[in-house]
Ligand binder design. Structure first.
Ligand code: GDP
Ligand code: MG
Length: 440
């Protein structure tokens, strides 16, 4: 966590629930973090609005600190915004899969071409590269060196006096002859979007009929990235983006805006100059980077662990302090229901051991049955199960009002006394035998 965020979260720690009021400050910090990470303002606005609405509407999970829950909501939403899952490269059914790389000058296209070849080679796919940057002889040289010498894949070179579309045609024919599985074409970039570049790319695309058209974007572009991806998508039609230079200072806000604005996923990221520095784009890791939380994934995972620990401790405390009247019983069963699966909770109670699914279903049915009877008890009866134990009239009334049999009512009463006894014993085990007195 950055110090700013940390202090916002800390302020939340004493709170019981997330409210409109108490999330104002943390959300302001999140807003700042997003803007600092260079997420575009409209995206930030919408995001903050959505997350705030959701946070306030969410029932707090028992045992989860509000700050943890807010972290979870924020990071989940960031992940969703970035497409949720890893967006895999698509391979064509018939050989070869063709990948066309596009992008402005200097963003890392040539580097990515070779990196991608290595990446695919490691996946066991045979590759070939096509050198399509006819404007800079040095670019062709660069691809040949990286491709052939460093990565060890063939590079098709046609020279600088051949049109890119023609190079594409020749290269594709060569790839088919070689029977390679994937062919990757590097292209020339310009400093800015211009018509000549777009036309050239359109011509190349027509020839290649590529499976993937990936726009290479420099993460340092920041907010501009989203507009760039959108333009390329509108002009030539792309299937996704590759975000490079994530090893730099950029906080990666570009990643957030790209999917949201253009609708196209980021498929891969480059995080260094070495050939190995290309990997799938993981939205959850990026969420952490954008929020400046390091690896939010592990943080949330850890929070979840703590959360379960706290849930268990909380429940345990409740059990230990409970007089175990029907009110406690209701509170507990409702808390259990709120926490989700009973199996999870039962598993957390020390000393409960393993419980089979059938036993859990049975227990859940029982809980409903008991609740319907407890609901018709008077407050006094709920607090003092003894009253019911002593009075057949009261038991009759409860049976009548809850629509259950008198036998079922008697069983419930017997059960609460049994439970008290069991809790007492359980406490003895947990406390190492030193039993605190119980009002029983
Ligand atoms: P192109 O003009 O789009 O083909 O860009 P290049 O592939 O020639 O890359 C331009 C510069 O960026 C080169 O110096 C690369 O080494 C560098 N570069 C590319 N990708 C990355 C990356 O992920 N991280 C860093 N630090 N540098 C990169
Ligand atoms: Mg290049």
């Amino acid at each position: 966590l950055t110090s700013g965020l940390e202090s916002a979260w800390n302020k939340l720690k004493g709170e019981e629930v997330l409210t409109k009021e108490n999330i104002v400050e943390p959300m302001r910090d999140i807003r700042r973090a997003l803007l600092e990470a260079d997420v575009s303002l409209p995206v930030v606005r919408r995001f903050i609005q959505d997350v705030s609405d959701q946070a306030v509407g969410t029932a707090l999970i028992r045992g989860v600190r509000p700050d943890q829950q807010l972290v979870k909501i924020v990071s989940d939403e960031l992940v969703k915004l970035m497409g949720g899952e890893v967006s895999e490269l698509v391979f064509s059914k018939t050989k070869p899969t063709v990948i066309l790389l596009a992008g402005l000058q200097g963003v890392g296209k040539t580097t990515v071409s070779a990196k991608l070849a290595l990446y695919l080679k490691k996946l066991g796919k045979s590759c070939m590269l096509i050198a399509g940057d006819v404007y800079r002889p040095a670019a062709i040289e660069q691809l040949v060196i990286l491709g052939e010498r460093v990565v060890g894949v063939p590079v098709y070179v046609a020279g600088t006096d051949v049109k890119p579309a023609e190079i594409a045609r020749q290269g594709l024919a060569e790839a088919k002859k070689k029977n390679v599985e994937v062919v990757i074409m590097d292209t020339a970039g310009r400093l800015q979007i211009d018509k000549a570049m777009m036309d050239e790319l359109k011509d190349v695309k027509k020839v290649l009929n590529p499976t993937e058209v990936l726009l290479v974007v420099d993460a340092m572009t920041g907010q501009e990235a989203a507009a760039l991806v959108t333009s390329f998508n509108v002009e030539i039609g792309i299937t996704g983006a590759i975000l490079t230079k994530l090893d730099g200072d950029s906080r990666g806000g570009a990643a957030l805006s790209v999917k949201e604005v253009s609708g196209k996923p980021i498929k891969l990221v480059g995080r260094g100059e070495r050939m190995e520095d290309l990997e799938p784009f993981y939205p959850d890791r990026m969420a952490g980077r954008i929020l400046g939380m390091g690896d939010v994934l592990s943080f949330v995972e850890k929070a979840k662990e703590v959360m379960q620990q706290e849930e268990a401790e909380d429940l345990q405390k409740k059990i230990m302090s409970a007089k175990f009247d029907f009110n406690d019983f209701l509170k507990q069963t409702r808390a259990v229901a709120q926490m989700g699966s009973m199996s999870r909770v039962i598993g957390m109670i020390p000393g409960m051991g393993k419980v089979s699914p059938a036993q859990i279903r049975e227990a859940e049915k029982n809980v409903q049955l008991m609740e319907s009877m407890i609901e018709v008890m008077t407050p006094e009866e709920r607090e003092k199960p003894e009253l019911l134990a002593e009075s057949p009239e009261r038991r009759k009334r409860i049976a009548r009002e809850s629509g259950k049999t008198e036998q079922q009512v008697s069983q419930l009463i017997a059960q609460i006394f049994q439970m008290r006894a069991r809790m007492k014993k359980l406490m003895g085990i947990m406390e190492g035998g030193s039993l605190p007195t119980m009002s029983n």
